[in-house]
Design a protein around this ligand. Structure first.
Ligand code: SF4
Length: 446
């Protein structure tokens, strides 16, 4: 549990020497309690005090790294239940299953399909993070060979998934340098697998149906020297799993219960790829650190990655594009000019509808601090003065030979004022971006 300022104060030297930059030890203690200072700013705290304070100030959920180098991803380390309190920092990793029962050609084909799960959305690259090699064959040698092949041929992190200790030992031996996630220890195997994970420096997942059993497993693994742990709540139904994901996080963050203070992994595989897409997306929203799927159909993977992107952005900082003049297609001095805001979702929606029109167009993304057209207008971040200045800064008069600007239909009310402010003729565009192609094709003429 976090200590109060007064509890921290009792562990400080109480000399008020000011070396930490604070006027008194009490002021430093208060700053430390509210996470506005760090313990190493006091050079005089005793070893005993340091040990007590470091233990108390450790984050309630451990950050775990899976993989090495560019393939590595971090999960956990979160401190809040709700993203309006503070943003979530470490996005859920998405892992795709590769069974060890595939022959070499099919395995290479499957790996290629997994690696191809990369998309661009609102100007950002999104992709899956790991290959989960699954011991479908039940044979240790086959599993080890598949693990070796995958580890040697993927740019993604590796998860090794088997119920057999021998199979996991054989597979880890082939790719320990990639720091794969060993998945997973149960009450029967936790001693052996914790020893393996500690020896090879790999993270270990522990799986059980209830929070009590999970806590018991993490305590046993920690006692065996394995600290990098991931919880696998094995619910009988999807609802069970979602409830346990939330309950574990709540107990870890709000009660400071260290045995459950780890990120969580969920097996979202199902016969119907649509079901797994929905379940995995729900788990992304409800605190999973890793979701495992077995579909490689882009249509089912993209919604999971999109959900992750939405959940792991800072709700107080809208995703923005650079405010500037964009050229869509081979523009000329006769091309239409339209403006929108620099909110990414708005900009890319407009851009794709302009592309669909096949009419090369200039789009002026006006700086509204990443807010949408109506939000910016109602907050007075978008008015005739702001737009006229953006037009001037973009030097529109040197780009086109006409003086017509198309404005979003949602702010038609500013047309008169903008004409006066800019000296340009204003054409009121459609309220809905989807109508832009028809509008440009039928209404535009320089
Ligand atoms: Fe107190 Fe340490 Fe700050 Fe000195 S440096 S005032 S001892 S907290």
């Amino acid at each position: 549990m976090a200590l109060t300022g007064l509890q921290i104060f009792k562990l400080l030297p109480k000399t008020n020497c000011k070396d930490c930059g604070k006027p008194t030890c009490l002021a430093f203690a208060m700053a430390l309690a509210s996470k506005k200072a760090s313990l190493d700013e006091c050079p005089h705290v005793s070893d005993e005090g340091k040990a007590a304070l470091e233990g108390a100030s450790a984050p309630p959920m451990k950050t775990i790294t899976v993989g090495t180098g560019e393939a590595a991803f971090e999960i956990g380390g979160e401190t809040v239940m709700f993203r309006h309190d503070e943003k979530f920092y470490r996005p859920t990793a998405v892992a795709v299953v590769l069974g060890d029962d595939l022959d070499e050609a099919a395995r290479a084909e499957r790996l290629k399909a997994i690696e191809a799960l990369q998309f661009e959305r609102v100007g950002q690259e999104i992709a899956v993070d790991a290959v989960a090699v699954r011991n479908v064959s039940g044979d240790a040698g086959t599993f080890a060979a598949a693990a070796e092949h995958v580890a040697g041929n993927t740019s993604l992190a590796v998860i090794l998934s088997s119920e057999s200790v021998d199979a996991l030992k054989a597979a880890v031996e082939k790719c320990a340098d990639k720091k794969p996630l060993i998945c997973e220890a149960t009450a029967e195997t936790v001693d052996d697998l914790a020893a393996l994970a500690k020896d090879k420096g790999c993270p270990l997942a522990v799986g059980a149906a209830t929070p009590e059993e999970l806590a018991d497993l993490t305590e046993k693994a920690k006692a065996a020297g394995c600290e990098d742990l991931i919880l696998h709540p094995r619910g009988e139904t999807t609802l069970d799993t979602l409830r346990t994901l939330s309950a574990n996080r709540q107990v870890a963050l709000r009660k400071g219960f260290r045995p459950l203070g780890f990120p969580q992994i969920v097996d979202a595989t199902a016969d119907d790829p649509a079901d797994q897409s929905v379940f995995a997306s729900s788990c992304v929203a409800k605190y999973a650190g890793i979701v495992v799927i077995d579909t490689v159909e882009p249509a089912y993977v993209l919604p999971i990655l999109t959900t992750r992107m939405n959940i792991y952005t800072d709700p107080q900082k809208p995703v923005q594009v650079e405010p500037k003049l964009y050229e869509v297609g081979e523009v000329t001095n006769q091309s239409p000019v339209m403006f929108t805001t620099n909110f990414s979702l708005t900009y890319f929606t407009v851009q794709s509808d302009v592309e669909a029109s096949r009419i090369p167009t200039y789009i002026l993304a006006v700086d509204t601090e990443g807010t949408s057209v109506l939000t910016a207008y109602s907050g007075d971040k978008l008015n005739e003065k702001v737009v006229a200045k953006a037009m001037k800064d973009a030097d529109l008069e040197s780009k086109v030979s006409h003086k017509k600007i198309i404005i979003p239909g949602a702010v038609a009310v500013m047309s008169g004022a903008l004409e006066e402010e800019s000296g340009w003729e204003v054409m009121v565009g459609p309220r809905e971006s989807a109508v832009i192609p028809k509008f440009l094709q039928t209404m535009w003429s320089a």
